[in-house]
Design a protein around this ligand. Sequence first.
Ligand code: NOJ
Length: 559
Amino acid sequence: MNKKWWKEAVVYQIYPRSFNDSNGDGIGDLRGVIEKVDYLDKLGIDVVWLNPVYESPNDDNGYDISDYQAIMDEFGTMMDWEELLEALHDRGIKLIMDLVVNHTSDEHKWFVESRKSKDNLYRDYYIWRPGEDGAPPNNWRSHFSGSAWDYDEQTDEYYLHLFSSKQPDLNWKNPNLRQEIYKMMTWWLEKGIDGFRMDVINMISKVEGLPDGEEVGEDGYASGGEYFLNGPKVHDYLQEMNQEVLSKYDIMTVGETPGVTPKQGIKYVAKERKELDMVFQFELMDIDSGEGGKWDLADWKLTELKNIISKWQIGLENQGWNSLYLNNHDQPRPVSRFGDDDKYRVESAKMLATMNHTLQGTPYIYQGEEIGMTNVEFDSITDYEDIETLNMYQERVVEGNKDREEVMEAIYAKGRDNARTPMHWDNSENAGFTDGKPWIKLNPNYKEINVENALDNPDSIFYYYQKLIKLRKENPVFVYGNYQLLLEDDENIYAYLRNYNGQRLLVILNFFAKEVKFELSDNINFASKELLISNYEVNEEQISEIDLRPYEARVYKLS
Ligand code: NOJ
């Protein structure tokens, strides 16, 4: 097994806008993060992934970048950023930055130039096409509703935007554009960062001719994903990027890759292909979506979850490396989604954490997950801030005839603002997040669920995470062990073994509130066993049969 620091690391994701506000303007900022580096250190994480902090008009909270080499005013200054890097490095924590290069903001100087005229030097930095009889060049749908094309009067052409109108897609076919991006990446690496998380990186190559998408929905648009996900040149571009930039530094990279299967995933992360170190797969995040996509809520079964995870664990074994995540700034809170955010909030949050930290791969923690923050339900759509949510509501409820209640239910379950309400630091006003008026409402449960309470309670979710992280550092089997699924067809219990150099872990997870009996198969032999961690007090000695309590999780070391 090829050892790497990033395989042994635990990553903590910070969405700065919602993390900690140091200057009372209601928006989290870099100095706010600096104030909390000791907290991160206490948790024991190794790497921070910072969501975009670059200059941006904030149409999509920083994912619409107008200057890659400047810091957004609301977040502070480049000096603040440098101080943050130093504060993290002083504590042995690395920093990876978000690289958003499928698109820029329409306010980026390249686009400002590009839209001026058809023969502008930057015209070809973006994807422009004439319309067809007054209609957009093809039927692709934007991820944020409506057509993926916007008409621009100045030159009587349309530009492509897979996300909002203010996020025009870059044209990666243009070698000058690619060189500018590599130069910018090198500039950040020279400042001392430790890697990149790459936003929708598997969308950068589009199929020649940009054909109409096949599956047209009720809205008249098609996803078109078959023509821009894992497109024809994506691996050439990433290999070029690797050769020109990434290979020159000892860094980690993780690509966000919606719609990727393990087989396709290997193409991005196999060592000999020299592209990326990890990808974020979406199969698990899609488990509760029906045919109509993300907002079409569907039930999921434990066997489906096991199946997806096992497929990736086995699919990448010895060939690539998994990223392990249960949430991020785009996803609902895991305890609300896969656990129970009410009666068994603490137990189920710990159970889910046990899973995420005992599989093979690099675990990612999203801010607030370590204290078991939950989804939020705002009564009014006007309390929501996320462009994806607001555009969808506008299209379906305001302009369409969808039932408001049903749409709100979908937002409660899946909306991105679930993850974006401010971090709960204590039970004072606004949870200690800000002294001003927060940019988005808080989850009202902050008086109970907050960092201060967690740090005061030795049984808290926080200390459970801390212990998992420590165990992972002390026992290489957590990191490098292979994966062997047990009880494949069981709809209540997820159990598996991990094996490495004579070390063995047995992980047992009761995924529901129901009490169930776990039976260990006879062919698993061991001389002795040690309980490494559990979310309940455990008294019994034997493990051949265990009456598992609601959401009970146990990890044994067998020898
Ligand atoms: C994925 C990011 O995670 C999401 O927040 C963003 O809206 C889109 N990419 C567009 O950049």
